[in-house]
Design a protein around this ligand. Sequence first.
Ligand SMILES: [Zn+2]
Length: 164
Amino acid sequence: MIKKCDVKGCQKAGTCRAPKTRELKEYWYFCQEHAAEYNKNWNFYDGMTPEEIEEDWEVRTFGSPIKKRTAQESAEYLKFLNDFINGRSTFDKMPPKKSLPSSIIAAFKTLDLPITASWREIGAKYRALAKKYHPDTARALESSGKEFTKVSSAYQTLKKHFGK
Ligand SMILES: [Zn+2]
């Protein structure tokens, strides 16, 4: 059975899912028209401080907040975030894709990142994976040590590549 649109009085089918809160656990079901209207008026980050927005974005993107930052780092990060949102990928200089050596591409692949990932994204992903596979925290998994070595070596390769 198809649910009806959640807007009172609307008789159309509620085929579009729209989150009720930013925890994204509960959803409204709207018809296309009402979903578009709802999305337009819904400010996802309403009432949040820049720091909270930042952390929320990190958790969504990388699975965890990256770290506590100084004021200057925060300012830089917000700029990075803005650039990211606005689609300007000027925050990290990357050589043209064609000139990427296969070892670099393999390193990106190991970290499960697109080759367009920025140095900052690489750092965040590496920290997350290193934590996951670190022999001290993942002793139960036999393959963890191997994974940890793989991830670390990919990170070192990219670190050199980015001139860090
Ligand atoms: Zn409707």
